[in-house]
Design a protein around this ligand. Structure first.
Ligand code: HEC
Ligand code: HEC
Length: 249
């Protein structure tokens, strides 16, 4: 009881408390800096290298213009490229060449999107139609530059089935291991336009696998990579894989 009162009284005298806290923090920081000055310099160097690597995109676009153009997109894909609805995909950190390919796929047949477009969606198709090639490049580079958002957790009951398929595929059904292209942790391969999947909403992933299987999504083009794989998966496989992908970090 006394302790509680003491804490409460201290909390009301805010300024002196903050000052003491700041002084202690400064002391600790100064000490740490003296001890680790060399390490800090090394770390700072590494940081610059990391920033440089992220700044280079395979697509020739301008992230700043992309940010300005992204205002209408954020209504569905979120302010930082992480959407609130599980059927609207996250775009943060997605590889720019893949984003370009998808926006062009949505634009592929303006006159008859439902019948012929490589990819079609009542919400997304009209959005893509309004974009020029320059807009597409700028938006792609902008979304690629954003940090991948907080990850959701995979359903523990589905992990083992999802993980087995992800890592080894299913040789009986002729399903290739997803990890072979999308990487063990689902980071994808920007140069090959294999998308980042880690942390993507499971409901969105399941919808895409079903769309490929039904031939509704044909953005994999002549290779038919994802259509061939998806039509060999059953609904249990799709549910388990979608949940597993959502939990990948
Ligand atoms: C009204 C909601 C809405 C708005 C606004 C919107 N999108 Fe989308 N977007 C979607 C939906 C829904 C999908 C998934 C469609 C599907 O299921 O295939 C999607 C898919 C995408 C994809 C494919 C992602 C992937 O992983 O394959 C990209 C890229 C994209 N949108 C970019 C944009 C950009 C850039 C803008 C702004 C110019 C934008 N979107 C505006 C709803 C929207
Ligand atoms: C041989 C390489 C390869 C393999 C193996 C592969 N993928 Fe893909 N995946 C791709 C490519 C390429 C795309 C982009 C296709 C397109 O543009 O529509 C893609 C796209 C996807 C997408 C759509 C992502 C989005 O943001 O809309 C999903 C979901 C997906 N793959 C899941 C899987 C799963 C699950 C497996 C394993 C069962 C798998 N992939 C195996 C190459 C591969």
């Amino acid at each position: 009881m006394r302790l509680l009162i003491a804490v409460r009284e201290e909390a009301t005298i805010q300024n002196p408390c903050e000052q003491i806290g700041a002084a202690i923090l400064l002391g600790v920081a100064t000490y740490a800096m003296k001890m680790n000055i060399v390490l800090l310099i090394v770390l700072a160097g590494l940081n610059f290298i990391a920033i440089d690597a992220r700044a280079a995109s395979l697509v020739d676009g301008d992230a700043k213009s992309g940010e300005a153009k992204s205002a209408p997109c954020s209504a569905c894909h979120g302010a930082e490229g992480n959407s609130m609805s599980p059927i609207w995909p996250n775009l943060a950190g997605q590889a720019a060449p893949y984003i370009v390919a998808q926006l062009k796929a949505f634009k592929s047949d303006p006159n008859n999107p439902d019948a012929k477009a490589l990819r079609s969606d009542p919400l997304m198709t009209p959005q893509a139609m309004m974009l020029s090639d320059q807009d597409i490049n700028d938006l792609a580079v902008y979304y690629e530059s954003l940090p991948v958002g907080a990850q959701a957790v995979a359903d523990p009951d589905l992990i083992s089935r999802g993980e087995a398929l992800w890592r080894a595929g299913n040789s009986e059904e002729g399903v290739a291991a997803c990890a072979a292209c999308h990487g063990p942790t689902g980071r994808g391969n920007p140069a090959a336009s294999y998308p980042l999947l880690a942390g993507q909403h499971s409901a969105y992933i399941a919808k895409q696998l079903n769309d490929y299987a039904a031939g509704k999504r044909r953005s994999d083009g002549k290779t038919r990579i994802m259509r061939d794989i998806s039509e060999r998966l059953n609904q249990e496989d799709i549910t388990a894989l979608a949940s597993y992908v959502q939990g990948l970090k």
